[in-house]
Design a binder for this molecule. Structure first.
Ligand SMILES: Nc1nc2c(ncn2[C@@H]2O[C@H](COP(=O)(O)OP(=O)(O)OP(=O)(O)O)[C@@H](O)[C@H]2O)c(=O)[nH]1
Ligand SMILES: [Mg+2]
Length: 423
């Protein structure tokens, strides 16, 4: 381990601040630090706190921080301002409010504003969260304002997302984007000292029951005097259900968008699975975890169907189905392989999409098809997460519903999602 990394592990705030700046700027030396600290990954609990402007997110984060410090926990606070809605004003405000913590080496505070694309912000935040985790912080609290896509991206790197609402939003609750509701693991109704808390809660419950039929926990707080904060601290610190959100990038590659993963505050007992309902993860996520997708088929683009079929027959597979799909101008041979299938695709005309694929990329893996129990829910979650869908769900030749997801969102391969039959 380098001297720099060692100092960070010893809790030297200045060394950590220097690494944080370096990581934000993509400085190779700082990224090297991330690699050095890789063995310590997976300790922190990463909590996203999002909600409309002025909801009291910073005040709440401040109160959470004080509470956690009293419990002897160390933490990092990352305040993300995804829009340029204020020219530094809000961030400065956060800084001043947090000043009481500034002398405390147990709290690391960093504000970040969007300079470029949304993806860039999410990435910088992810790297920073990863650094804080590896530095040994027990909690990483990420504050973002709920105005756009960013907070959905940021929520994706948090293990638990707290959505903050306030009384007096009235019909505005309706205006909260479904995507924001979707990402909530816990709802906070802050400013519960103000009239209208009952009404927001009722409206929220109404919306959630319409949308999902099931509900994440709702906690009322008064961030300015600490009411309800203890309950919130307790809830965000609970062990995570095993295998929830495990599909995020694994820590380990320096400078990657990986972030501290599943293990909660990193100690024994965390690995014990808690039923998802216990923590109240969003119902769609619980459903997805309970019934994960499975591979239906792998689509392979070939120039000569018969030669390819002959090859797979040599391996002992046989053709169960052949067809020419007129709309796609493609000859298809389906060869069952275990529970999944290999789908060989040969263009039947030069203007077939498969011809174009072959011209551009050559023969090879064309797409991966996953069967999902609830296509509509999967599509909704993908949209909320900002994935690029290529079409609205539509009916395929066999009558099944399907949708394609762009390789840019999937790790480089075209992904087909298919509705499992019986739904
Ligand atoms: N009455 C009351 N006021 C509160 C409460 N929590 C926060 N406030 C006040 O609400 C105002 C906004 O609080 P902030 O914490 O800055 O809100 P924010 O959500 O971080 O705001 P942005 O970061 O600008 O989106 C401040 O004046 C707080 O003092 C609360 O529980 N009750
Ligand atoms: Mg704020």
């Amino acid at each position: 381990m380098t001297e720099w990394a060692r100092k960070i592990r010893e809790g030297d705030a200045r060394s950590l601040a220097r690494a944080a700046t370096g990581v934000e700027n993509g400085d190779p030396q700082a990224l090297e630090i991330l690699r050095d600290l890789a063995p310590f990954a997976g300790h922190a609990r990463v909590v996203g706190i999002t909600g409309p402007p002025g909801a009291g997110k910073s005040t709440l984060v401040d109160a959470l921080a004080s509470h956690l410090r009293r419990q002897g926990k160390t933490l990092a606070i990352v305040a993300v301002d995804p829009s340029s809605r204020f020219t530094g004003g809000a961030i400065l405000g956060d800084r001043i409010r947090m000043q009481q913590h500034h002398a405390d080496p147990g709290i690391f505070i960093r504000s970040m504003a969007t300079r470029g694309t949304t993806g860039g912000l999410a990435r910088a935040t992810a790297d920073l969260a990863q650094l804080m985790d590896r530095a040994g912080k027990d909690f990483v609290l990420i504050e973002t304002v709920g105005v756009g896509q960013d907070e959905v991206e940021i929520a994706d790197l948090a293990q638990i997302t707290v959505v903050v609402l306030v009384p007096g939003m009235g019909d505005d609750v309706q205006a909260i984007k479904a995507g924001i509701l979707e990402i909530a693991d816990i709802f906070v109704i802050n400013k519960a000292d103000q009239p209208g808390a009952d009404r927001v809660e009722r409206e929220l419950q109404g919306m959630l029951s319409l949308a999902h039929g099931k509900m994440p926990p709702i906690i009322r707080t008064v961030a300015t005097d600490g009411t309800g904060v203890e309950e919130l601290v307790e809830m965000v610190g609970r062990p995570l259900p095993e295998n929830v959100r495990k599909n995020r990038p694994q820590a380990g590659e320096a400078g990657g968008t990986a972030c501290p993963t599943t293990e909660g505050p990193g100690r024994a007992g965390v690995a014990q699975a808690v039923p998802p309902a216990h923590l109240g993860f969003s119902p769609a996520l619980e459903e997805a975890v309970a019934h994960p997708p499975h591979i239906d088929h792998l689509g392979i683009a070939v120039t000569a169907l018969e030669a390819a079929v002959a090859f797979y027959q040599t391996l002992g597979l046989s053709v169960a189905h052949r067809e020419t799909v007129a709309t796609e101008r493609v000859n298809v041979a389906m060869l069952p392989a275990g529970d999944a299938r290999i789908e060989l695709l040969e263009p039947s005309s030069p203007d077939s999409p498969i011809s174009k694929f072959l011209d551009k990329r050559g023969p090879g893996l064309h797409h991966v098809a996953l069967k999902v129990p609830d296509l509509a829910a999967a599509v909704e979650r993908l949209r909320a997460a900002g994935a690029r869908l290529l079409n609205e769900p539509r009916q395929g030749a066999g009558g099944h519903l399907y949708v394609f997801v762009h390789p840019a969102s999937t790790g480089g391969v075209l992904l087909e999602l298919i509705q499992e039959s019986g739904h």
